[in-house]
Design a protein around this ligand. Structure first.
Ligand SMILES: [Zn+2]
Length: 270
């Protein structure tokens, strides 16, 4: 599709969205001005930018490198169980590409629109078992699948900036947006939903479905000495642990034990 037709289409869909029909709100009544296709396009650009930034720093573990083959085999084993839970809205629309950034000092993960997920090696090493990793991944997958990231970017940067980015008008804006993804602060509502869906996804796997609580439990136990990045964008650990465990109790899926052989190997080799 040519440049102008793409732009005209976007402006048309924007005009339609601003018309305020019922089709332009999500389940929670929040407006979604971007189509699923726009999420995919925006995510591709943001991921390409994030890739080149971390690649330039020598931190991106490349999927194509033979040395990383086993690492991704182990990671994908966990990711695919969550993706195939049957609970995602966009399982077959989004790319669901998960990459590791090698930085043991950073305990963080983030998602672009359209299902590109980035996990820092420091987060994997901080976690204690495979259910916890699945839980954190489930949380990030929710941000992409339920389109939290798109709506948050829309709110933070404005529609026109994102539209300009989609048609390639403003490369500097793209750099800024991609660089800010790891620090993007979601509202309380989206965080609660991401925690809740993490439990819902894991309920349909063999994992202990309150795995996402593990990160917050360990962070709380470490007290003031630990201020991991994930915690700065995910505040109120105490109430989140309670909410995650309450949902897990409701679904009766919290006390399962799975083998950690793959997880332990992953921790060892990244
Ligand atoms: Zn989150």
């Amino acid at each position: 599709m040519g440049f102008f037709s793409r732009k005209s289409l976007l402006l048309l869909s924007l005009a339609a969205a601003l018309g305020g029909t019922a089709a332009c709100t999500d389940d929670n009544g929040n407006p979604v001005l971007f189509s699923v296709e726009d999420d995919i396009a925006l995510g591709e650009q943001a991921a390409a930018e994030a890739d080149s930034t971390y690649r330039a720093q020598g931190k991106l573990l490349e999927r194509s490198a033979p040395a990383n083959r086993r690492t991704y085999e182990l990671l994908d084993g966990v990711v695919n169980k969550v993706l195939n839970s049957g609970e995602l809205q966009h399982r077959n629309d989004f790319v669901w590409d998960v990459k590791i950034i090698k930085d043991d000092a950073v305990q963080n993960a983030f998602a672009t629109p359209g299902g590109h997920i980035y996990v820092f090696s420091g987060l994997v090493k901080f976690l204690e078992n495979e259910s916890q990793l699945a839980g954190v991944l489930g949380h990030e997958i929710t941000h992409a699948d339920r389109r939290h990231t798109t709506r948050q970017l829309q709110q933070q940067y404005g529609i026109s900036a994102l539209l300009g980015l989609l048609v390639g008008d403003d490369p500097n804006q793209l750099v800024q947006i991609a660089a800010g993804l790891g620090q993007l602060k979601f509202g309380r509502e989206y965080e609660q939903e991401a925690d809740e869906y993490s439990v819902i996804y894991l309920n349909k796997t063999t994992y202990a479905c309150d795995g996402a609580a593990g990160f917050f439990i360990k962070s709380e136990a470490q007290g003031q000495s630990a201020t991991p990045e994930f915690l700065s964008t995910h505040p109120n650990p105490g109430s989140r642990i309670e909410a995650i465990q309450a949902k897990a109790t409701q679904l009766n899926c919290q006390s399962r034990s799975v083998s950690n052989a793959a997880f332990d190997e992953l921790k060892r080799i990244i």
